[in-house]
Design a protein around this ligand. Structure first.
Ligand code: IVH
Length: 666
C-alpha cells in the first residue's frame, strides 16, 4: 500500500474509534490498541510531513498558539427560544401551533442541555468553523478550541451530506469533569465555577486550546440547517446527523399528542438527575420543516419551538452575616451565613458568594430574605433577594472588604481575576498557618498533625514555616498544654518519616500558587531536581507540556523570592527529597509490582489517564479487559455492566478509588 493511503486508512480508522468511544460510548478496541494506532499515525505523519492534514485525529490535542477570537457573521441567525415554566404555557403553545397549522402535526421533545451554544459548519464533510452564539447575528470564531472536543466530528462519516452543512448544539462540561475541575481550583484557591454552564463557556473562551483539550468538554447536537437536507423532518435529520458522526441525545421522543408531551416532561423532570450532563428543561419542536416554515419566527424566537424550564430546587431564608475567609495563598472568599433551611434534602447554613462582582450584582443587605438554589453545584448559591420582604429597617449593604479581615493589609486584585488577595504573605497569620497546613497534608508531606496542632505551634511561635517543623524538639512540645510524651514522640516520628516523601510531593507541599499535584509531577519529571527547577527560566518552564504562562510566572516568582530560597535550602539541609529518584522513571519494584489492573468508569480524584500513570509508576500493569489474570478492578462511577458481570463471574476483586489510594499510601 502507498504510504499516503496507509496514512489515510489509519486516519479513517481512528476517526471511527473516536466516534465509537466518544459519541456512542461503545469502544470496539482497547485504549492501548487505540494509543498504539495513534502513535503509529503520529510517526508516519512525522516521517511524511507532505501528507499533513489539519483534520487528522492526531491534531486534536490543541496547539499552544493563542490568539484573539475573530467575529464571524452567522449565515442563519441564532435565535433563542421562548421560555415557559408551567404546564399551562406548554398547553398554550401546543394549541397555538394546532390552530395556526390546522392540520395534523408531530412534536419532537428533547432535553434542554445547559451549556453554551455552538454552531459548527462543515464543507465537503470537513469541519471548517465553529462559532459561538454571540449576539445571535455574529459570534466568536472558536474553531481551534472546538476542534479539541472529542465528540465533535472533524470529518463526517459516510456520505450523502450536503456540500455545506451547519449543525447547532450545546457544549457542555460533564458533571464529573466539573467536580474534578472545581476540586482542583479549590485546592489552588482559585475562584470556583458556579455551575457547569459557566465552566463550559469559560473554557470555550480560553485562549489556549491545550487548556481546553485538558478540560474534556462534550457536545450534544440538536439542530441541522442548510439547503439540501436529507429529510423534510427535524427528527429524521437528527437521526441522519447521528450517522454522520454527531452526538445526538437518545432521550428524544416523537410526540403525537399533548399527553405524550407531558409524559416526556414528567419522566425527565426526575430522570435528568441521573444524566452525566446538566439539563435545565425540555425543548418542544414542530417536526415537519415545512410546518416550521409556515409558523415562522418573531424577531427573537421561532414560533415552532419552545423551551419548558424545570423548576430548580430553591428555598428562601435569612442572610445573617457574611464572613470573609483568607486562604493560604491570600485569596479572600466571601461566605454567606444563613438561617438554616432545608433544601433538596440537606440543611443549608452557608452559601457561596463567589466574588465581589456577584455580591454587587445581588444588591445584598444583611437581614435580607434570600433565595438559595442548588442546581447540583457543590455549594448552594444565593440567586436573588426577596426585596418585597424588606422592612423599614434595612440592614447594612454587604460590601466586599477592602482590607484583610485578619491582618488589616489593603487587599489587591490581580488583573483579569475576580478574586481579591491579601498581599501580606509574610506575616498574615491565616496564610502562614494555611501554608503549614498544606505542607503537612496527607497528599503532601503526610505529617500527622491537624489544624489545631498547627495553630498551637504557631501561637507558641515554635513553627512559622515548614522548615521549623524539622527543628522541633520533644521538649518544645512538652512545654505546650495538652501534649503528653507519647503524642509528642509520635509527632516527631511522623516528621522524621516525612523526609522519605518523594520529591514530587515535596514540590507540591511548598504550596506554590497554581502548582497542584499534576503540575508538580510535570515539573518534577521535566526538571528532575529542585536545583534545576529553581534555575529554570520562564521559557524553560513554558517548554514543558501543559505549563502555561500563569504557572511559569508563578514558579519564577516563587524562586525569585529570597525567603523561599532560604526555606528550600533549610528543607534540603534537613534531608528532604529534592531530586527525582532514578527508579521513578522506570519503576520496577513498586507497590503494584506484578499486578494486572483494569480501570473502569469515571473517577473524582484523578482522571483515568492519571490512574493509568499511577499504576505504571508503581510497577503495575494496565489491562483493558477483565480476565482470569486480572488482580483487581479499579472501579469508578458508571462502570460498564459487561465488566461488572465478568468480574462477578470470575470473582475478581473490585476496588474504589479511595481504597486504591489508601493502599498506595500504606
Ligand atoms: S433548539 C431555533 N434544542 O437553549 C431553535 N436549543 O434559548 C434553536 N438548548 O440557545 C435552539 N438544548 O443554546 C434547542 N435540545 C435543544 C437545546 C437547545 C439546549 C439551548 C440553546 C439555545 C437555548 C434556547
Amino acid at each position: 500500500m502507498e504510504i499516503k493511503d496507509e496514512i489515510e486508512a489509519l486516519r479513517a480508522e481512528l476517526d471511527r474509534h473516536n466516534y465509537n468511544y466518544y459519541v456512542l460510548s461503545a469502544p470496539t478496541i482497547s485504549d492501548r490498541e487505540f494509543d498504539e494506532k495513534m502513535k503509529h499515525l503520529q510517526d508516519l505523519e512525522r516521517a511524511y510531513p507532505q501528507y499533513a492534514d489539519p483534520d487528522s485525529p492526531t491534531q486534536r490535542v490543541g496547539s499552544d498558539l493563542s490568539k484573539e477570537f475573530q467575529q464571524v457573521a452567522h449565515k442563519y441567525p441564532m435565535l433563542s427560544l421562548g421560555n415557559t415554566y408551567s404546564e399551562d404555557d406548554v398547553r398554550d403553545f401546543y394549541e397555538r401551533v394546532a390552530r395556526s397549522l390546522d392540520e395534523p402535526f408531530e412534536i419532537v421533545a428533547e432535553l434542554k442541555f445547559d451549556g453554551t451554544s455552538i454552531s459548527v459548519i462543515y464543507e465537503h464533510g470537513k469541519l471548517v468553523r465553529a462559532v459561538t452564539r454571540g449576539d445571535g447575528m455574529k459570534g466568536d470564531d472558536v474553531t481551534a478550541n472546538v476542534r479539541t472536543i472529542r465528540s465533535v466530528p472533524l470529518r463526517l462519516i459516510g456520505d450523502g451530506y450536503p456540500e455545506e452543512l451547519e449543525v447547532r448544539g450545546e457544549i457542555l462540561l460533564p458533571w464529573a469533569e466539573f467536580d474534578r475541575l472545581n476540586a482542583e481550583r479549590e485546592e489552588q484557591e482559585e475562584p470556583l465555577f458556579a455551575n457547569p454552564r459557566n465552566a463550559a463557556s469559560g473554557t470555550l473562551k480560553q485562549q489556549n486550546p491545550a487548556v481546553v483539550a485538558a478540560r474534556k468538554l462534550d457536545a450534544y447536537f440538536y439542530y441541522v440547517l442548510g439547503d439540501h437536507l436529507p429529510s423534510g423532518t427535524h427528527w429524521d435529520n437528527l437521526q441522519q446527523a447521528r450517522r454522520w458522526g454527531f452526538k445526538i441525545s437518545n432521550a428524544m421522543r416523537l410526540c403525537r399528542s399533548i399527553d405524550e408531551v407531558f409524559d416526556y416532561i414528567n419522566h425527565w423532570d426526575t430522570g435528568r438527575k441521573n444524566l452525566p450532563v446538566a439539563t435545565d428543561g425540555i425543548v418542544l419542536k414542530v417536526n415537519s420543516l415545512s410546518q416550521q416554515q409556515k409558523l415562522g419566527a418573531t424577531a427573537k424566537n421561532p414560533r415552532w419551538a419552545i423551551a419548558y424550564k424545570f423548576q430548580a430546587e430553591q428555598a428562601e431564608t435569612r442572610l445573617n452575616s457574611v464572613s470573609f475567609q483568607v486562604g493560604r495563598t491570600g485569596a479572600v472568599t466571601p461566605v454567606a451565613n444563613l438561617e438554616p433551611v432545608l433544601l433538596a434534602g440537606t440543611v443549608v447554613k452557608r452559601a457561596s458568594l463567589h466574588n465581589a462582582d456577584i455580591i454587587k450584582g445581588l444588591d445584598l443587605h444583611i437581614g435580607d430574605m434570600v433565595y438559595v438554589e442548588k442546581g447540583g453545584e457543590i455549594i448552594p448559591k444565593i440567586v436573588g433577594v426577596d426585596k418585597k420582604a424588606r422592612g423599614m429597617m434595612m440592614g447594612d449593604e454587604v460590601r466586599f472588604i477592602k482590607k484583610c479581615p485578619v491582618c488589616g493589609t489593603p487587599l489587591v486584585r490581580i488583573e483579569g481575576e475576580a478574586a481579591y488577595y491579601c498581599p501580606n504573605d509574610t506575616s498574615c497569620p491565616p496564610q502562614i498557618k494555611g501554608r503549614i497546613e498544606h505542607f503537612v497534608t496527607r497528599r503532601a508531606m503526610n505529617i500527622n498533625m491537624g489544624p489545631e496542632t498547627v495553630e498551637d505551634l504557631y501561637e507558641a511561635r515554635l513553627v512559622t514555616n515548614a522548615a521549623d517543623l524539622y527543628e522541633l524538639k520533644i521538649s518544645d512540645l512538652m512545654h505546650l498544654e495538652r501534649w503528653a510524651e507519647k503524642s509528642a514522640r509520635n509527632l516527631m516520628e511522623s516528621i522524621r518519616n516525612s523526609k522519605n516523601v518523594p520529591f514530587v510531593r515535596v514540590l507540591y507541599a511548598l504550596g506554590i500558587r497554581y502548582v497542584g499535584e499534576t503540575v508538580a509531577r510535570r515539573l518534577a519529571v521535566a526538571f528532575r531536581s529542585m536545583e534545576k527547577l529553581r534555575e529554570a527560566t520562564v521559557a524553560d518552564l513554558l517548554s514543558v507540556d501543559d505549563i502555561g504562562e500563569r504557572i511559569a510566572e508563578s514558579v519564577r516568582d516563587y524562586f525569585s523570592d529570597e525567603r523561599n530560597i532560604e526555606l528550600v535550602n533549610r528543607l534540603k539541609a534537613h534531608g528532604l527529597q529534592m531530586e527525582l529518584p532514578e527508579e521513578d522513571r522506570k519503576q520496577e519494584d513498586g507497590k503494584l509490582k506484578g499486578l494486572t489492573i483494569v480501570i473502569s468508569g469515571t473517577f473524582a480524584k484523578h482522571s483515568r489517564d492519571e490512574y493509568k500513570a499511577i499504576i505504571e509508576r508503581n510497577g503495575g500493569k494496565n489491562s483493558s479487559s477483565v480476565s482470569g489474570k486480572t488482580d483487581f478492578i479499579l472501579a469508578g462511577d458508571n462502570m460498564g455492566p459487561a465488566k461488572l458481570e465478568k468480574a462477578a463471574k470470575l470473582g475478581v476483586k473490585i476496588m474504589n478509588e479511595d481504597e486504591f489510594l489508601k493502599m498506595l499510601e500504606a
